[in-house]
Design a protein around this ligand. Sequence first.
Ligand code: ATP
Ligand code: MG
Length: 414
Amino acid sequence: MVDVLPEQTERWQAVEKLAREHFYRAGFKEIRTPLIEVTELFSRSIGEATDVVGKEMYTFSDRGDRSCTLRPEGTASVVRAVLEHGLLNQGSQRLWYAGPMFRYERPQAGRQRQFHQMGVECFGLDSPRSDVEVIAIAWDFLQALGLDSLVLELNSLGSTEDRKNYRALLVEWLESRYEHLDPDSKQRLKTNPLRILDSKNSHTQSLLQDAPTLQKSLCDESSDRFKAVQNFLEALQIPYKINPKLVRGLDYYSHTAFEITSEHLGAQATVCGGGRYDGLVEQLGGPSVSGIGWAIGMERLIMLLEGFKTGGSSPDAYLVNKGDKAEAKALELARKLRSASLSIELDGSGSSFGKQFKRANRSGATWAVVLGDDEVNSGQVRLKKLYCSNNSSSENDLLVDYSDLDRLLALLRS
Ligand code: ATP
Ligand code: MG
């Protein structure tokens, strides 16, 4: 699990702010669910045979002997909350969430045990057009961050029936090549054969090149739906690549599945993953209402943005202060200026003026506001412009009456 340090939080905040704007413009409302849920919620929705439920969950008994789990993803909790509070009675829902998720995985670049996702979930939107609207929100947000060389990978997992037919075909094909499979895939053949398509083992990957594809098992209706999604993407000029092996890790997906990947992320290339999950709401005890959503991995997104400059936040003014009276006055002045919306860094060291000025310069502030006992005795503060070639010019070094707050604010804002 990782700490996000102050030098990085600025970038996180900038990304979160932009995301909130995009969600707002698309008519999405935020939902916040607890970090802990009863374990059954995840085993019933994500699926017992998935890696997430099988090996990656942080599960424990609470003091009431209930099996609890730190959420490994957001969708199941959102569905639970939506059902628990009857939100579906109010018509279709467009929701977004953000926050930490927990999976006991092998930590490596782009993979942590506590990581953060930002995601959307829509309920009651059925048409292929809504799939594309939802994909476009992720795509446009990532474009707005200035990320190029992203690839939208697309597949259709068809209906439950399509997948059942395909599963039978695939299992038969794989069983006749059983001895060539890696141990992990041999295991999955029994539990979750579709996931073998997603195997990271290069030998298995090359074997799979000739495997039957899911697309050939799609019924006409599923096939038409998939084609419609592609047509809408083309109309919006969102480039995509069909990836017949894209199956996604969790059990609940159907029809549209997609990932947005970047070649700059190494082995953990997927920055956004999502798709349609039409059966999930019903599976969790709700009405038959469709769902579609995606989640972006924040850490991977931040890695992609590492080369980009953030605005960088410097205080408006740095308050240099020394002497008993001056230090007391400085505390008061900082509070006044802050309540007028200025950001003020108050030097609390009591060290020499020289040392404080060095720090003031490093802070990136435009102004140093200087209070010594001399200034306090004459009811004034000194304003010195930092980063300035001509420090003795009267505009850059001024005395202002302490009581003339308006003038002080006007100068500091200039
Ligand atoms: P992967 O194949 O990389 O394990 P996944 O299919 O398990 O991804 P999802 O459950 O779809 O991932 O989660 C959506 C996104 O969340 C991923 O595309 C990725 O950006 C991010 N993510 C998932 N697991 C982790 C993790 N352990 N650490 C960091 N980010 C993660
Ligand atoms: Mg995973």
